[in-house]
Design a protein around this ligand. Structure first.
Ligand code: UDP
Length: 341
């Protein structure tokens, strides 16, 4: 993650529970991991999400907890809350989802971040922005350190997300001076999320061909959700580091290597189908995490094979449900030209 930021002033009454606003977390397993971590340690958690790409099901098990609240709200509109910490995660992050409504994506990056920073400022709360490795674009520097300014097409199909997050980083640093996420996967990812790990795992379980875009030689570095959550909490809980800080797993794989790994773990009988790639797809991506290691004493623990095994049970269970199977039959999110269902 471009882990970027912390706020300027930090005040919390030690006798009171810390009130945490987690904004836009209902995709991925962030809901269950980050929020469950906070609820368990006694913080009061207010989850704010417009449920565009996320689902209420992800927090269904927390709805009766006295220290948990769920608010359906879009961060493009201001919101008044009394809080001590803001985790600002809001923004569609799957290429399929953010290309579906690019202007809204840009508004979320810019106006949504302005609103959340305003909220943090008014409450004198600590603020953490989850940015993205997309801010590095198709990187000319490898691996990517936090100092790298990136190689981003400002007017391409991905720009709404890349530039939206770059604007979000700029604003955050302007409000104080900022935390970046690299490709993350785990249980409870939407089955139709459209990203490569969830696509391959779902396709392999269903016995479908694995859709490798382009020649499959492009690389990504995948981190398991629990590693990300540890990194975010470590960032939020410390007082010194402002950011940005890369939070990611530096083990790098080509998409063909990922396809072979998924085949070997899930279903060796499926084959690979090469299809045309989307525009501006970064050719490689790998975080330099020296800073997170040194300053947060954080490093990823879960290897890709182990992480894939951990998400498998959850994907199998959900795909077995007739409703999910029906959704997958009708959706087109697995095609690079498709929109979200
Ligand atoms: N990709 C793929 N097959 C898919 C979905 C994605 O080969 O079904 C590739 C895509 O071209 C990219 C990489 O996997 O090179 C990661 O794509 P994803 O959408 O997961 O995340 P990104 O890093 O592009 O935001």
């Amino acid at each position: 993650m471009w882990a970027a930021t912390c706020a300027s002033t930090w005040y919390v009454d030690p006798t009171d529970a810390v009130v945490v606003a987690v904004v836009g977390p209902l995709t991925l397993s962030l809901a269950t991991s980050l929020i469950a971590t906070q609820v368990k340690r006694g913080d009061h958690v207010i989850c704010v999400d417009n449920m565009f790409t996320g689902s209420k099901e992800n927090v269904a098990h927390l709805l009766n907890e006295p220290n948990f609240e769920l608010i359906r709200h879009d961060v493009v509109e201001p919101i008044l809350l009394e809080i001590d910490q803001v985790y600002h995660l809001a923004c569609p992050a799957s290429p399929v989802h953010y290309k579906y409504n690019p202007i809204k994506t840009m508004k979320t990056g810019f106006i949504g971040t302005m609103n959340m920073l305003g909220l943090a400022k008014r409450c004198r709360a600590r603020f953490l922005l989850t940015s993205t490795s997309e801010v590095y674009g198709d990187p000319l520097q490898h691996p990517q350190t936090e100092e790298y300014w990136g190689n981003v097409n400002p007017i391409g199909e991905r720009s709404c997300y890349d530039e939206g997050k770059r604007a979000a980083e700029c604003l955050t640093m302007d409000y104080h001076r900022e935390h970046g996420l690299f490709n993350t996967y785990g249980p409870r990812m939407a089955l139709d999320d459209g990203r490569v790990v969830s696509n391959f795992v779902a396709q392999a379980i269903l016995g479908q061909e694995l859709t490798v875009f382009g020649d499959g030689q492009q690389t990504r570095s995948f981190q398991y959700i629990s590693d990300l959550v540890r990194g975010m909490v470590a960032m939020m809980d410390q007082d010194e580091v402002v950011g940005p800080i890369n939070i990611g797993n530096p083990n790098e794989f080509t998409m063909l290597e990922l396809a072979e790994l998924v085949k070997s773990i899930v279903n060796p009988d499926v084959s690979v189908k090469f299809i045309e790639n989307t525009a501006d797809d970064p050719s490689r991506r790998k975080p330099d995490i020296s800073r997170a290691k040194e300053l947060l004493k954080w490093s990823p623990k879960v290897q890709l094979k182990d992480g894939l095994l951990k998400m498998l049970d959850d994907f199998r269970k959900r795909l077995e449900q007739a409703e999910a199977l029906e959704r997958r039959r009708t959706m087109d999110g697995f095609s690079p030209k498709g929109g979200p269902p």
